[in-house]
Design a protein around this ligand. Structure first.
Ligand SMILES: Nc1ncnc2c1ncn2[C@@H]1O[C@H](COP(=O)(O)OP(=O)(O)OP(=O)(O)O)[C@@H](O)[C@H]1O
Ligand SMILES: [Mg+2]
Length: 262
């Protein structure tokens, strides 16, 4: 029997990223290789400055690797890609635009048909529980709601790949948990491939099918952990699973070892 293998959604092949200027020469990433399967959720954790944001920028084509190659959806990345969704650490909303019009910015930038964009925006507003706040300006929204708007904006064009760089870093613990549950549900409903950079080990394990643990700069992959939890997860039940505890403590050990490495 032959098993048909789907091409990976993201292929990172022996990638290095070097930033050279007159003042310094920084090797941010070295020999990083990994594949992400379509529909997979991969979390990335690692010490500050180890090249996590750089890695996402390479995948989206905002940066070019100084060695190696990155392939997206079966082809070379070759320049900034419009088919990925990107959520940045700060919601980065336009202060003078309402929530809905911030979400629709994505459609305007891509020339999406207005009717289709409006329908999709309404669907996402409902999915993320923003109903009633469509016409609010960013300063009238809580931090969590602003992040939801940013998430809707990133998902508007149904990107097959969603890149998230510490999207919930600025939120309080409770809102962050709620956003984790929401993101898990959205991922489950849309089967988007997700790469999430986070400093929260619990978030990485709760959301990820796999967790990539990186070393300090130059960032390399220390280990890739398979999270032995069901694909569909309930927040409270997941936290009490032995597989959750073993994965988080293993990652903590790896990161601790990395931090104390001299
Ligand atoms: N555009 C750039 N020009 C020069 N150096 C850069 C640039 N972008 C990143 N670097 C350097 O590359 C290294 C990795 O940066 P990066 O932002 O990828 O780290 P990070 O893992 O995302 O860190 P953090 O967890 O603090 O966000 C750092 O030393 C940084 O100074
Ligand atoms: Mg970063």
């Amino acid at each position: 029997m032959t098993v048909t293998q789907q091409a990976p959604a993201v292929e990172i092949q022996k990638v290095a990223a070097r930033f050279r200027s007159k003042k310094r020469d920084v090797l941010a990433l070295e020999n990083v290789s990994m594949d992400v399967r379509p529909g997979e959720f991969v979390s990335i954790v690692g010490p500050s400055g180890c090249g996590k944001s750089t890695l996402l920028k390479l995948v989206s084509g905002l940066l070019k690797p100084s060695a190696g190659a990155v392939r997206l959806l079966g082809g070379p990345v070759g320049g900034p890609r419009k088919d990925v969704g990107y959520v940045f650490q700060r919601a980065a909303l336009l202060e003078w635009r309402t929530a809905r019009r911030n979400i629709l910015l994505q459609a305007e930038m891509r020339g999406m048909p207005q009717k289709e964009a409006a329908a999709r925006a309404a669907e996402l507003i409902e999915m993320t529980g923003l109903q009633g706040f469509e016409d609010a300006l960013p300063h009238e929204l809580s931090g969590g709601m602003q992040q939801r708007v940013a998430l809707c904006r990133a998902l508007l064009h149904r990107p097959p790949v969603l890149l998230m760089d510490e999207p919930f870093g600025a939120l309080d613990a409770l809102t962050r948990e709620q956003m984790n549950v929401e993101l898990h549900r959205i991922w489950h409903e849309t089967s988007t491939t997700v790469l999430l950079v986070t400093h929260s080990i619990a978030e990485a394990v709760y959301l990820g099918n796999r967790v990539v643990v990186m070393t300090p700069r130059p960032g390399t992959i220390a280990e890739v952990i398979d999270v032995e939890l069901p694909r569909r997860r309930n927040y409270a039940a997941t936290m009490s699973q032995p597989a959750f505890a073993s994965a988080t403590s293993h990652i903590r050990d790896l990161l601790g070892a990395a931090t104390h490495r001299e």
